[in-house]
Design a protein around this ligand. Structure first.
Ligand code: BJW
Ligand code: ZN
Length: 260
């Protein structure tokens, strides 16, 4: 029989009926916190580059000051940003489900920011690493930033990466660049969550970057329902049972917490 309910109401019912839920997030999740998405054009010192061109081991090897400066600028932007109503809705929703015993919520994110955690939500599975965990590019030892609170000029600047205390090598950002493997523990936690969930809610990702984009498809193959929140069109449009066309900070409070 045809479902005649409004999509938001039907999506809410699907969420209530689900026992295990995975929330899979991308850069659009943090856009309303003022963190640019990955495919927004760059400005300032990096205006001639795309993010794709900077997020590679080759770019860092060719010009470490350009790439390290970009990551320090992004770390400063994230430090100054606050979780938005979407992050808060996810945190509230997960806490409510835990208190009711109505089923687990796992947050799997491609984002390298810490806004899910700062919203008070469950620790997210970070598939692409973190802006806050630099390591030595030579020996892999964890490293420390030169300044804990980076203050970067608006247009950015070139910055030499700090040196490793163990071996003197250059530190690199603790993120996953193109051509690099994803952290094994994060990948296996995400993969297990996808195999055992009833519903996966995809928020603010273009679903262009693999292997992360294959995870919701894995959940679908294991029988889960896919819901999507995104103001634009994505590769998941054809796969989602419900496509809620709107921003994370407007749709998630209504979808997860009934605030509308
Ligand atoms: C809103 C909104 C609002 C806006 N509310 N929504 C061909 C086929 C398959 C794969 C490949 C291929 N060719 C090459 C590959 C491999 C490559 C890849 O996928 N490339 C594609 C571009 C084709 N993948 C890799 O290289 C990966 N590694 C790998 O494959 O390794 C193989 C290997 C195995 C074993 C050993 C060694 C190697 C690694 C991928 C790493 C990705 N890393 C980045 C950078 C992280 C660090 C950093 O941040 O600098 O991760 S790339 C970048 O893309 C970042 C993101 O996490 C990721 C995904 O982007 P996301 O989140 O989807 O953002 P956007 O900007 O694309 O989209 C934003 C969305 O939000 C849009 O839809 C908007 O509409 C929406 N939106 N406002 C809600 N308010
Ligand atoms: Zn080292």
């Amino acid at each position: 029989m045809m479902d005649t309910r409004p999509p938001l109401a039907a999506a809410r019912d699907a969420i209530s009926a689900a026992r295990r839920i995975v929330i899979f997030t991308g850069a659009g999740m943090s856009a309303e916190s003022g963190v640019p998405t990955f495919r927004d054009a760059l400005t300032g010192l990096w205006a001639r580059f795309s993010a794709e061109a900077l997020a590679t081991p080759e770019a860092f090897a060719r010009d470490p000051e350009l790439v390290w400066g970009w990551y320090e600028w992004r770390r400063a932007r994230v430090r100054a940003a606050q979780p938005n109503a979407g992050h808060r809705a996810i945190a509230e929703f997960a806490a409510r489900r835990a208190a009711e015993g109505s089923g687990g919520v796992t947050v799997v994110t491609q984002n390298v920011d810490d806004l899910h955690e700062r919203a008070g939500g469950p620790a997210a599975v970070h598939l692409h690493g973190s802006l806050f965990a630099p390591r030595c590019g030579a020996c892999g030892a964890p490293g420390a930033f030169a300044t804990v609170e980076p203050v970067e000029p608006e247009g950015g600047r070139r910055l030499a990466p700090p040196r490793c205390e163990q071996c003197g090598g250059a530190l690199r950002p603790g993120v996953v660049w193109f051509g690099e493997g994803l952290p094994e523990a994060a990948w296996s936690a995400a993969s297990q969550a996808m195999d055992s969930c009833d519903l996966v809610l995809c928020v603010g990702t273009s679903a262009l970057v693999y292997p992360a984009a294959a995870l919701p498809e894995q959940a679908l193959r294991a029988g889960a329902t896919l819901l999507q929140v995104n103001p634009g069109h994505t590769a998941f449009d054809a796969l989602a049972r419900f496509n809620l066309k709107g921003s994370a900070a407007t749709v998630l409070p209504a979808l997860l917490c009934g605030n509308h």
